[in-house]
Design a protein around this ligand. Structure first.
Ligand code: SF4
Length: 58
């Protein structure tokens, strides 16, 4: 997916600096849309959810 990390999406705040879509100095995602999911059968807290659009910075 094409990506411009200097164009933060103000609707998606994110502090995961290790992701290639993170905006660096600004705590926002640069994608237009992300996918959130869960790795649990019955999620009960925020720790149960995941950003499935995460890709590690190369
Ligand atoms: S893809 Fe997910 S983890 Fe990566 S910067 Fe965007 S919101 Fe954060």
């Amino acid at each position: 997916m094409m990506n411009s990390n200097n164009r933060p999406n103000p609707s998606i705040g994110c502090s995961v600096d290790q992701c290639q879509y993170h905006c660096g100095t600004q705590d926002f995602c640069s994608l237009e849309k992300i996918q959130v999911g869960t790795h649990e059968k019955n999620p009960t807290m925020d720790q149960c959810t995941d950003c499935q659009s995460f890709r590690v910075k190369q």
